[in-house]
Design a protein around this ligand. Structure first.
Ligand code: ADP
Ligand code: MG
Length: 701
């Protein structure tokens, strides 16, 4: 934006020192530009009201007009709340507030006409709106002309100092009186505006704040969403482009020794086509002379480990070291044992390093590593520590990458002067739209096929009242020689209560499945690692038939004889967690089952989750539903690192716009990678002026 928009808000009529400071503190708004980019999240259409008797359970947010009655404080202490009724002649709706009770009690006017906005919920068989937006009708009618009034999100502090949504609407209007069309410069190439029929930038910004009608608001929204996603895509793709052209990487030319030997003589199964395809992608990367930065997505049980091993063998054949990092002790241990077993006939030194390996043993590993005597190092985040020095680290594989934070990953990158190749693997499928924005600058390979001979896991839902049936089923399975997981939720805030549940659960199990006929093991997060390992090993060797666990069991563990996964309080788990848990079974050739135990009563969201689990085992479908339920920021695989926050675009609802934005960004950069063409100069100028706010982890690499 031009110089003019850098003007501080304090130079706006009616904004003094105090208000300017509040706006900065509460909403991070300092300049004209900041305020103009602070978009309203909806509009009040003063002509559209819902009649209260038309409200039903399907009704979303509504605008009501009526008289406020019977304001009163009820309840005690934490149950204290303010309630009132709104009557509009067709019926009445309850209103309820849990916060700011004193202030509201003072400012709300009984028997006055109000405009109200909010979402009615059924409570004790009556509709009631929690924390509605309210405004005196008389005030609403005198302020601001125009049919659609913008509504901005404000804070309690601002409201208390009389900076309301209205105030902000007035301020944006004032800015438009002071600036001119050329102050809001176009940043999108003309061709794109024409192709996608987008209105110009000035008009969009003006109409997003003060549209003359719904149609104008829609056009403004569409243009601004497109702009936001397009600029984001251009940045992502430029990062990727930069990496592909600049960053140097090791070349793994030779695969004649261990790789071929293992592949030809010791691999106990044939790779699936999907695995072969991924190997080709990796092969190409490590021959390119550029650093590999590849994300490998593959559902639980799709066979990512073998791909990792093969990639590491390529490094070893070229005299580089390889590291495999897993998120938990159990998983690292398991990888270590599997890989050692796989490489039994091949002479490669493999070592395990976790936080538990201490003293002399640790010292020996560290010095062997520095001397290039260890070729493959497997471990937990202990690998990241500075004392862990490689001789010549050529590749890093990170398993279940969503368990690691950005910084942890970045540290692995630094273990060598020339960054090692990076392969990150995740079993948490990421919805396509999210992958486009969040992982857009990585190269992605997908294993979309399970090894042959797997039977689809049967998923069943049982309510607490049918527990005995589940016990009967467990007995049958154990009789048939199978093993069973029972998982309890353990969620940090209520850890104590949850742990009690686990312990009680164990007691019930021990009564129902008594020794010596049955053996039960337990693992939970509060146990020492050595004890966990001990229990896991007993289960692995089939010395215990039932493994009671908390979600520590969730990732990676591979015990093919376990065929039943029982999830207790399944309603408390997120979809991706349930999917991960289910993935612990179905790993052998026997029919496997996932039993979701829930309370008899379920919220509607929990019902959707359970239903989704029963209907599909496709991780991608599950991740789409998960994202719809929880929003992109909460999807496993993104939480730690933060999904880019969009101002106006919504990558779920605006999938089509996102696709158009991606496509046009690709087209432009393909033809004009440096953005030097006349028609792209405005765009380039805009990008240069914008500081890159979101540090993407792809860039860290
Ligand atoms: P994940 O992708 O969840 O990490 P794993 O790598 O643990 O899956 O593989 C799951 C199981 O499938 C392992 O027992 C592995 O040996 C086996 N497996 C992997 N690839 C194949 C294949 N192509 N054919 C048969 N079994 C395979
Ligand atoms: Mg795995």
């Amino acid at each position: 934006m031009s110089q003019h928009l850098d003007t501080l808000l304090i130079y706006l009529k009616g904004v003094g020192q105090a208000r300017a400071e509040l706006l900065k503190k509460e909403l991070q708004l300092e300049t004209f530009a900041d305020l103009l980019q602070f978009f309203p999240y909806r509009y009040i259409d003063k002509t559209q009201f819902t009649e209260i008797n038309k409200i039903n359970e399907e009704t979303g947010s509504v605008q009501l007009k009526g008289v406020l009655k019977q304001i009163e404080v009820i309840g005690q202490k934490r149950g204290k709340r303010l309630t009132a009724w709104l009557e509009d002649g067709t019926g009445r709706s309850g209103l309820v507030w849990f916060n700011s009770i004193v202030w509201l009690q003072r400012s709300l006017k009984e028997n006055a006409q109000y405009l109200i906005y909010g979402k009615p919920d059924l409570f004790n068989n009556k509709f009631s709106i929690k924390h509605p937006e309210m405004e005196l009708l008389a005030q609403a009618e005198t302020q601001l002309s125009g049919k659609l009034v913008p509504v901005y999100s404000t804070t309690q502090k601002l409201n208390a100092r009389y900076i309301t949504s209205k105030t902000i609407a007035k301020l944006t209007l004032d800015i438009f009186e002071q600036i001119q069309e050329r102050d809001i410069e176009e940043n999108l190439p003309k061709k794109i505006l024409e192709k996608y029929r987008l209105i110009n930038r000035y008009a969009a910004v003006k109409n997003i704040h003060h549209p003359i009608n719904e149609n104008a608001a829609n056009h403004a929204r569409r243009r601004l969403k497109f702009e936001e996603l397009f600029i984001d895509q251009i940045k992502i793709l430029r990062t990727k482009q930069h990496r592909h052209t600049i960053s140097k990487g090791f070349i793994f030319q030779n695969i004649e020794n261990n790789f071929n030997e293992f592949y030809k003589n010791h691999l106990s199964f044939e790779l699936t086509n999907a695995q072969k395809r991924v190997m080709k992608d990796i092969r190409k990367d490590v021959l390119s002379g550029k650093q590999m930065n590849r994300l490998l997505q593959g559902d639980v049980g799709s066979g990512k480990t073998i791909v990792a091993l093969l990639a590491m063998l390529m490094a070893v054949d070229n005299n580089y070291q390889a590291a495999l990092m897993a998120p938990t002790e159990i998983l690292a241990q398991q990888h270590y044992e599997n890989i050692k077993l796989s490489l039994e006939k091949i002479k490669i030194s493999v070592a395990l390093l976790t936080g538990n390996i201490k003293g002399k043993e640790r010292k020996n590993i560290l010095s062997a590593l520095e001397n290039n005597e260890i070729k493959i190092l497997i471990g937990t985040h202990a690998l990241i520590e500075e004392t862990v020095k490689f001789n010549n680290l050529g590749i890093v594989v990170i398993d279940e990458q969503h368990r690691f934070g950005v910084e942890q990953r970045a540290k692995m990158w630094m273990k060598n002067e020339l960054s090692p190749h990076i392969l990150v693997m995740t079993a948490t499928p990421i919805p396509r739209t999210l992958a486009m924005t969040y992982y857009g600058d990585l190269d992605v390979s997908i294993i979309d096929e399970l090894p042959p001979g797997r039977k689809e896991i049967k998923t069943l839902h049982y309510k607490e009242s049918h527990r005995l049936r589940v016990f009967g089923f467990m007995q049958e399975q154990i009789k048939a020689g199978r093993q069973i997981y029972i998982v309890y939720p353990l969620i940090e805030e209520s850890e104590k209560v949850d742990l009690k549940n686990v312990m009680e659960g164990i007691q019930v199990m021990e009564k129902t499945f008594p020794k010596p006929q049955y053996q039960i093991g337990i693992v939970h997060g509060r146990m020492k690692s050595a004890d966990k390992e001990f229990e896991m090993n007993r289960f692995l060797k089939n010395e215990t038939q039932i493994m009671v666990a908390t979600t520590v069991i969730e990732v990676g563990v591979n015990i093919p004889n376990a065929t039943v996964m029982i999830v207790e309080n399944a309603e408390r788990f997120g979809l991706s967690q349930l999917h991960q848990l289910r993935g612990r079974v179905g790993r052998g050739s026997d029919q496997s089952f996932c039993i979701l135990m829930t309370d008899d009563k379920l919220t509607s969201e929990a019902r959707v989750r359970i239903k989704t689990m029963i209907e599909t085992t496709d991780g991608f479908k599950i991740s789409e539903v998960d994202m719809q339920l929880r929003g992109p920021g909460e999807i496993e695989g993104t939480r730690q690192s933060g999904v880019p926050q969009f101002r106006i675009a919504d990558i779920i609802k605006d999938e089509n716009i996102l696709r158009e934005a991606r496509l046009s960004a690709e087209e432009i950069l393909e033809n004009d990678p440096q953005l030097n063409a006349e028609e792209h100069l405005q765009l380039k100028k805009f990008l240069n002026a914008e500081n890159v706010k979101v540090k993407r982890w792809g860039k860290v690499s």
